[in-house]
Design a protein around this ligand. Structure first.
Ligand code: NAG
Ligand code: NAG
Ligand code: NAG
Ligand code: NAG
Ligand code: NAG
Ligand code: NAG
Length: 314
């Protein structure tokens, strides 16, 4: 009797403990979301506080039915962040989307624990401060059986001066690996005459999201030298396919003509104004000379001359 009561008593103590464990597990489970936006932020975003996106954000994402999926808009300096699906504001009813915001990541992340068919569509986030708003759009597509890596972030061309730093990012959805010994690969090369070479004086950092289904790589060049200019390639090889994905990007020096574009238009305005003044002056001189020759010996000041002329006409 006593032992039964004792075990009942201990199990009743176990229940809150189990509940606590479960709560802790639930809180810990989406920790990825908290980390994603705080990792690999742009260097310049770390010591500034205005409204901005803080890292590269994909414009296309892929998800697998019945699996976890998250979307991110990493930013800072915002007073509010709003999410829309096909222009309908969050929160969404089940028939629109199963995604919910993740307040622990300051609403920068939305996620679905189990992706549904009607979750596909165009998502957008709008971040606002008191005076400005910035927007990003992400198209979410379904991917079931994957043959080739699908680009989610294409690297963007950069114009950078010698001595400054540059960073490129590329990312692709490679899906779940079906074969146990298959691996994914992502590698940056500098292209010389269409041949890949190791990038000198640079750093490559590989990242993964969503349990390795998405792989990405940062290429950082801290001190740009003349030999760094040119074309780069991010090559992504999925263990499931023979087809390699090549994403190409250009690093070029800051062009002088690009800077003086506004200066050039100012110059054109100044020249045009000067020309107009010259034309008016020339016309005026012509007229004065003509009037002077008509009233021959008059060598008085022209203003007085005109005034006198007018007086005579009245
Ligand atoms: C809002 O963000 C813009 C752009 O980032 C910035 O120029 C402006 O100073 C910000 N306004 C306030 C009130 O913080
Ligand atoms: C985050 O979302 C919650 C729920 O939608 C909302 O109450 C809160 O104000 C949002 N916070 C920001 C910073 O937008
Ligand atoms: C999302 O937007 C793209 C163009 O921006 C469009 O082609 C596509 O059909 C849209 N998808 C949905 C589901 O509305
Ligand atoms: C990134 O991955 C590629 C191959 O997948 C490898 O060659 C490279 O060394 C990796 N870089 C780092 C920093 O791990
Ligand atoms: C590129 O660097 C890797 C090690 O970082 C080395 O194994 C490889 O041989 C190099 N390739 C070339 C073409 O220099
Ligand atoms: C990517 O480049 C490699 C060699 O550089 C080539 O074999 C491959 O076919 C290219 N992939 C695509 C999709 O064009």
């Amino acid at each position: 009797m006593a032992s039964v009561r004792k075990s009942a008593c201990s199990s009743s103590r176990l229940i809150p403990l189990l509940l606590m464990c479960l709560t802790v597990a639930i809180i810990i489970a989406p920790a990825w979301a908290e980390n994603h936006c705080s990792e690999h932020r742009y260097e310049h975003s770390l010591n500034t506080h205005h409204l901005q996106f803080t890292k590269e954000i994909p414009d296309r994402e892929y998800g697998v039915l019945k699996q976890f999926k998250s979307l991110h808009c990493c930013g800072k300096g915002y007073r509010s962040i709003e999410w829309f699906k096909n222009n309908k504001p969050h929160p969404w009813s089940k028939d629109v989307s199963s995604f919910i915001v993740y307040p622990e990541a300051a609403n920068q992340t939305i996620y679905s624990p189990r992706l549904e068919e009607n979750d596909i569509g165009n998502y957008s986030c709008i971040l606002r401060n008191e005076t400005h708003a910035i927007k990003h759009e992400i198209e979410l597509r379904l991917q079931d059986k994957l043959d080739n890596p699908m680009p989610t972030f294409r690297p963007k061309d950069l114009m950078v001066s010698v001595g400054e730093s540059a960073r490129f990012y590329c990312e692709a959805f490679v899906g779940n690996l079906y074969l146990p010994d298959a691996t994914n690969e992502i590698v940056w090369s500098q292209m010389f005459d269409d041949h890949p070479h190791n990038v000198s004086d640079s750093m490559q950092v590989n990242v993964t999201r969503e349990e390795g289904q998405i792989i990405g790589s940062y290429l950082s060049i801290p001190n740009i030298q003349a030999h760094h200019y040119g074309r780069y390639r991010c090559q992504i090889v999925s263990g499931n396919s023979a087809q390699k994905l090549n994403l190409s990007v250009l690093l070029s020096p800051v062009q002088v003509t690009a800077i003086t574009d506004t200066q050039l238009s100012v110059l054109v305005y100044v020249m045009a104004t000067l020309l107009l003044v010259l034309v008016v002056l020339f016309a005026w001189i012509c007229r004065t000379v003509q009037q002077r020759t008509s009233s021959k010996k008059d060598n008085r000041c022209s203003a007085q001359f005109i005034a006198n002329n007018e007086h005579e006409n009245v």
